[in-house]
Design a protein. Structure first.
Length: 599
């Protein structure tokens, strides 16, 4: 049926790609629903009440993580995979049923509905907050295409986050989803405290407010804001500009009285709990003192211990300045979590991270273009070119990249996006970022599901447009292999992806134990989807973040012929492929490229 290296290409015609039924009935935003023009920034973001979970200030959370904290559904149930030779990677599934194949239930439905070619390649991340922490809401997001759930340790208690993780894991187990978990650290940013329970407070033009490092009893005195950074009053100078959320509200420092800093509001707007603060002097960001704060604070280390104990799939590090901190964290994780592998994502959101971009990306397992804070640290008009640069560099270095923040900001309040937002999302998809992320839109907005639908539909539409119009940017992909064996893998993947495009195959199949070959194929951004077969649940979940990969868990042997036969019959039985489909298969056990029609 097939031969290694000596390519046997069957002449029977592959099934034509099915582009039918791309847009589902729920996609009304592109088909003419009406919205009022939004002229003003919303004057009262209504945060829906959390259904069951209690939200309190993270810093007052007395609970420290312990080894016994790993009581999350899957971590506790984890067994060392009986799957052969996987180096003891944690697997959340019971010992392998050799006859079965596991794939995300939503992807499976999508494959059956839309056909191979039309499955979504861009991955979607949703930040979970009060609007989406309940099981039903989490399930709605999973069904809507959420590949990764992000929890932001800047908000909520560890207990709150633990329950979210538990719910996601339970849904995965009971309903067959494969949603991965990303934990995002608070980092050493300077931010305001809670607003005494209020979801937002308006600061009016000319008002005088006190920013102070003092701890206040609730309720806060009027027009008083707590600041989390001890050195704040010493660092600011009279005349400095104080920017909330990168300029959504602006104050001028008018007087310092001990720990209190008196400021006059110069650009009125809404203050949100724990909003980020930056201060500027003579038009430049004051970074010197801020930069002395450690990237990973002592609270972050406790959160990281929590993430390791809970077995999260990704840890995103805020305000990374250099590669060392990432290297240090990776060895920390390796020592603490010997059996699991947690990917470390570097958030690019500071001037220092731009300066040391390449070494940071090389040291990390992936990167996030965190445009929220980045836009507060460099001029806004520089953000788009930095985004493009980061996305390209990550692809060249074979690291997954996430584009984050304000993609659909207006959908926090409105059911349809602005045209500008749709254009921004389209651009990120066109740049072929691995993943797009929702923040406030899903964490505390009124239309989390609709926002996710917009990301899904824009991704599908732009990806299809690119394929049909053949807008391929010929991106030079430099050799990145560090050994001869890696070079072979890299050449095989580059060639297989090129062959897949030229032969217009229906799918690439990759059999990979550690996921590396799958990411090398993803890096080529081929026209067809990539079915990535891997033996462990944790690798399968991590592959969720990468462009174009459809991860399956399957126990397989080194014998490719039997792997292929087994895969074909399992996938055919589930209606995911059919006889005649043209497939190219590669594997990291047997270095070969095989081209064949599904029997
Ligand atoms: N776990 C949570 N508990 C309460 N509110 C949250 C939580 N996560 C996110 N939010 C809300 O969603 C908003 C957007 O989330 P995100 O962008 O992740 O945070 P930030 O605004 O701090 O950068 C936050 O400002 C906060 O109001
Ligand atoms: C994603 C970001 O980080 P956070 O939401 O944690 O501030 C950002 O700043 O864009
Ligand atoms: K954060
Ligand atoms: Mg940030």
């Amino acid at each position: 049926m097939s031969q290694s290296l000596n390519l046997s290409i069957s002449t029977s015609s592959p099934t034509s790609p099915n582009f039918a039924s791309l847009s589902r009935p729920s996609t009304s935003f592109l088909t003419g629903s009406f919205r009022f023009p939004v002229k003003f920034r919303p004057s009262g973001l209504r945060t829906p009440a959390p259904p069951e979970l209690l939200i309190t200030k993270a810093s007052s959370d007395p609970e420290a993580p312990s080894a016994s904290a790993s009581a999350s559904a899957s971590a506790a149930a984890a067994t060392l995979g009986s799957d052969n030779g996987v180096g003891g990677v944690l697997s959340a599934v019971p010992p392998a049923d050799t006859g079965s194949i596991e794939v995300d239930a939503v992807t499976e439905a999508e494959l059956k509905e839309n056909g191979f070619r039309s499955t979504r390649r861009t991955k979607l991340i949703c930040t979970i907050g009060p609007a989406t922490c309940g099981s039903e809401q989490l399930e709605a997001l999973a069904v809507g295409g959420m590949n990764v759930a992000r929890i932001n340790m800047c908000h909520g208690t560890r207990e709150w986050h633990r329950r979210v993780i538990e719910r996601v894991r339970r849904l995965n187990e009971e309903k067959g989803y494969a949603v991965a978990i990303m934990m995002d650290t608070e980092g050493s940013e300077i931010h305001m405290g809670e607003l005494g329970g209020a979801s937002s407070v308006k600061a009016e033009d000319g008002e005088v407010w006190i920013f102070s490092v003092r701890a206040f009893e609730s309720p806060l005195p009027e027009r008083t804001i707590h600041v989390n950074y001890e050195g704040f009053a010493e660092d600011v100078k009279v005349g400095d500009d104080l920017l909330v959320d990168g300029g959504m509200v602006r104050f001028e420092v008018i007087e310092k009285i001990g720990p209190d800093v008196k400021c006059r509001c110069t650009d009125p707007g809404l203050l949100l709990p724990r909003a980020n603060l930056t201060f500027w002097r003579h038009g430049s960001l004051v970074r010197e003192r801020n930069a002395m704060l450690p990237t990973i604070s002592s609270k972050d280390w406790l959160d990281i211990d929590f993430g390791i104990a809970e077995g999260v799939d990704f840890i995103a590090i805020s305000f990374v300045k250099s590669a060392e901190v990432i290297t240090h964290l990776r060895s920390y994780i390796k020592a603490r979590a010997r059996d699991s592998d947690i990917s470390v994502i570097a958030k690019i959101e500071s001037v220092d991270s731009l300066r040391n971009l390449e070494e940071i990306i090389l040291a990390s397992d992936g990167a996030m273009v965190a445009r929220g804070d980045l836009g507060a640290q460099i001029p806004l008009e520089q953000v788009p070119s930095e985004q493009q640069k980061i996305v390209q560099l990550c692809r060249q270095l074979n690291k997954p990249v996430i584009v984050a923040s304000q993609l659909l900001e207006s959908m926090i309040e409105y059911p349809t996006p602005t045209r500008a937002e749709v254009a921004d999302v389209s651009e990120a998809v066109r740049q072929r970022a691995d993943a797009l992320m929702l923040s406030g839109e899903s964490a505390m907005g009124q239309y989390p599901d609709k926002a996710l639908t917009v990301l899904r539909n824009v991704s599908l539409r732009i990806e299809r447009w690119w394929r049909e119009e053949k807008h391929h940017e010929v991106m030079e992909l430099p050799d990145i292999a560090s050994s001869f064996a890696d070079s072979i893998s890299e050449e095989i993947c580059n060639s297989a992806a090129k062959m897949a495009n030229n032969l217009e195959v229906d799918a690439l199949f990759v059999y990979t134990k550690d996921g590396h070959m799958a990411s090398l194929l993803s890096r080529c951004r081929p026209d067809c989807p990539i079915f990535a077969f891997t033996t462990t649940t944790s690798v399968r979940r991590r592959l969720n973040l990468q462009w174009g990969l459809i991860p399956f868990r399957l126990s397989f042997a080194d014998d490719m012929e039997s792997n292929l036969n087994k895969t074909f019959s399992l996938l055919k039985a589930r209606g995911m492929i059919k006889s005649g489909d043209l497939v190219i298969a590669v594997s990291d056990m047997l270095q070969s490229i095989q081209v064949m029609n599904v029997p």
